[in-house]
Ligand binder design. Structure first.
Ligand SMILES: [Zn+2]
Length: 305
């Protein structure tokens, strides 16, 4: 099976504790990921709400540079610069790694930082994490206002630089501001359904439909707090609901590996083989599963990059 995942926090964990990317006890390592026939993985640099300004920017740049150093010395880790890189990565059975930043605080309030991130091959920026930053307000902040003027300018500049705006974690008003401002596709890299489990991190039906209508992507996550119950049955209810909204070309995965707790028996990225088999046993057809596990995200990036 082929697997394309829109969100993990593994880089942050590696930077913090010095694990090896090749083999570790985290949710994601290259050894397990490369058991998939083809594997593309977005690696996000998580920006905690406790740091802001120049400190946030420098921490982000340090971790992204660490990822590039890893790619320079590790032939199994290939950072995607343009769409041709997917073929190179898949033919050589290496990880097609997409760099992302989870939290616009990494910009330190300056649009110029976006150019630096572009040069470092960052393809996705999640505008906020749970709290407020210079761009807007996360869904767990106390503020229900929309994007700041800086946030609106940042979305425009991201689009000009072909960096995809990611609305996971954003509050409602901010979400609809992004939909007003952005002219191209928008993604929610790791979000499930508020209709199935009413959590502020989850997408309402109208949010999902807005992303669908703009040919964006929604990556389903495996976070227990967001699913309601962390088991395959509950996960399938979220999937089924989004499919009932016409999401067959919108859905992918953004599991949130190394950003959330998983049941011990799931282990990490290896659980995807079992989840695939579970969905087959529930009569999901192989083509639809191909699209959700890989094809929708792959097609999106081929047309976007
Ligand atoms: Zn997250």
């Amino acid at each position: 099976m082929q697997f394309f995942d829109l969100h993990c926090d593994t880089l942050y964990e590696i930077a913090k504790d010095g694990h090896s990317l090749s083999k570790n006890n985290l949710h994601v390592d290259l050894e397990r990921g490369l058991e998939f026939e083809c594997w593309a993985q977005a690696f996000a640099v998580w920006m905690p709400d406790s740091i802001r300004g120049e400190e946030a920017k420098q921490q982000c740049l340090r971790i992204i540079k660490m990822a590039h150093m890893e790619a320079d010395r590790n032939s199994k880790f290939h950072i995607i610069k343009n769409k041709n890189d997917f073929d190179i990565a898949f033919q050589n059975r290496t990880c097609a790694a997409i760099l992302a930043v989870e939290g616009g605080s990494a910009l330190a309030g300056s649009l110029e930082t976006l150019e630096t991130l572009k040069e470092l091959d960052v393809k996705i920026i999640t505008l906020t994490w749970n709290g407020s930053n210079e761009l807007g307000h996360g869904c767990l902040s106390d503020c229900d206002e929309g994007l700041t003027d800086f946030g609106k300018n940042a979305v425009n500049k991201m689009e000009a630089l072909d960096i995809i705006p990611d609305v996971s974690h954003l509050n409602q008003a901010g979400f609809w501001d992004v939909m007003d401002i952005a002219s191209g596709p928008v993604i929610a890299s790791h979000s499930v359904s508020a209709a199935i489990w009413n959590h502020k991190r989850n997408l309402t039906d109208s949010q999902f439909e807005a992303i669908r209508d703009r040919c964006g992507l929604v990556g389903l996550n495996l976070c227990g707090e967001h699913l309601g119950k962390q088991d395959f049955e509950t996960f399938e209810r979220h999937l089924y609901h989004f499919l009932s909204l016409g999401g067959e070309k919108t859905l992918g995965f953004g599991c949130d590996f190394d950003g959330t707790e998983l049941p011990a028996e799931w282990g990490g990225i290896q659980v995807m083989h079992r989840l695939y088999e579970y969905l087959q046993s529930k009569n999901y057809d192989n083509y639809l599963l191909y699209r959700i596990f890989f094809g929708n995200c792959y097609d999106f990036f081929l047309s976007f990059l």
